[in-house]
Design a protein around this ligand. Structure first.
Ligand SMILES: [Zn+2]
Length: 130
C-alpha cells in the first residue's frame, strides 16, 4: 500500500473496540477512526528551580540561562495510554465537547508546522543555489 507523506501503516493487530461504544472501528462503514494517546508528564521541580536560579544569576535572561543549564529537560514523559474511538462516537461526542475541537486545533498546528518546514526548506535552497 502506497502511503501519503507522513502516514504510517496501521496494523490490524492494533485494532481495539471503541473506547466509548465498545463496537468495532468499522461498524459504521466510515473509513476513518481515531487513535488517541494520553501521556502524563511529571515535572522535575529540582530542574525547574535550577533553571529559575540560573535565570536570576543572568539578570532574568532566560535564553542566556538556557545556554548554561546542564540539561534542557524539565521532566519525564510517562508511558502513554492508547485507545481507539470510532468516527461516530468522535463526531457525536459533545460531553465533553473539547475532543473534536482539540483534534482540529492539533491538525491546524501540524499544518502550520509543515508550512514553516516547507518555507525553511525553500529559504535554505535559495541560499544554497542563489
Ligand atoms: Zn464508538
Amino acid at each position: 500500500m502506497q502511503l501519503p507523506d507522513g502516514c504510517t501503516e496501521f496494523d490490524r493487530r492494533d485494532l481495539r473496540k471503541c473506547v466509548v461504544c465498545d463496537r468495532g472501528m468499522m461498524h459504521n462503514s466510515h473509513i476513518v477512526f481515531y487513535e488517541i494517546s494520553i501521556a502524563q508528564v511529571m515535572v522535575d521541580m529540582r530542574a525547574i528551580r535550577q533553571i529559575a536560579g540560573l535565570e536570576m544569576q543572568m539578570d532574568g535572561n532566560a535564553e542566556l540561562a538556557a545556554i548554561f543549564a546542564p540539561s534542557s529537560a524539565i521532566g519525564a514523559r510517562l508511558p502513554a495510554s492508547r485507545m481507539l474511538m470510532c468516527d461516530s462516537c468522535f463526531m457525536e461526542m459533545d460531553k465533553p465537547p473539547m475532543l473534536p475541537a482539540l483534534w482540529q486545533k492539533a491538525s491546524d498546528l501540524e499544518a502550520e508546522r509543515q508550512d514553516k518546514k516547507v518555507q525553511a526548506t525553500k529559504a535554505r535552497e535559495q541560499v544554497d543555489h542563489g
